[in-house]
Design a binder for this molecule. Sequence first.
Ligand code: CTP
Length: 212
Amino acid sequence: MRILLTAGPTREAIDPVRFLSNRSSGKMGFAIAEAAKERGHEVILISGPVNLDPPEGVETITLESAREMFEAVRDRIGDDVDAAIFCAAVADYRPKEVAEQKIKKSGESMTLELEKTDDILGSARSVFGFEGILVGFAAETNDLEANARGKLERKSCDLLVANDVSRTDIGFDRNQNEVRLFYADGREESLPMQEKSELGREIMSRVEGMSM
Ligand code: CTP
C-alpha cells in the first residue's frame, strides 16, 4: 500500500522568535511510519518539528505550520494513496497577524487575536476528494468515547484512534500509549498499554485489514 502520514505538532508564528505549539513529540506518528515501512508499504511522512530521526527508507517532508501541512497533504494525497493516517497534533488556531519584528514588552497584559487553521483531516474527503482508508486521531482529556465518535463521523473517517491525555503515564512525549479504536461500522476495540513501536504495528495491521 501507499500510505500518507502526518505527525508531530505544528508551530504557529507570533513574531520572528515566538510561536504557539503543543506537547506532541511525533513519536506515535513516526512509530506508525516505521511499522508501515517494515511491513513493506511505501510511506510518505509529513511532519511538524520533532526531535526524531526520519525513519530509514521513508520519504519524509518536514515543515512548521498548519498551513504548510495542509498544502503538503493537499499536494500528495492524490498520488495514488491507499491509506491516510492523520496523527499530527495540528494547531486549531494561529495568530491572525504575524509581527514582522520582535514584539516588544509594553503594558501589563497583551492580547493575541487568533484565527482558525484549516482542518486537514476534515478536508480529506470533502476538499481533497480522498476515497481511500482514512484514519484520524483524538487526544482527549474527558468524554473520550463521545468526542471520538463525534470526530469519526464529522471527519468521515473509517477508523479513529483515541487516547486519554489526562493520564501522565501514557500519551504525549511518552514511549508508551494505550488507545481505543472506534470504527465507522460501530465496532470498538481497546489496545492495552504498550510501546508505541508495538502499537504502530497493531494500528498498521488494522489498516491492512480494512484494505481487503
Ligand atoms: N486535525 C487536522 N487538522 C487540524 C486539526 C486536527 O488534520 N487543523 C486532525 C488531527 O491530525 C487528528 C484529528 O484531526 O487526526 C484531531 O482532531 P481534533 O483537533 O481533536 O478535532 P476537532 O474537530 O478540532 O475537535 P476539538 O478541537 O473540539 O477537540
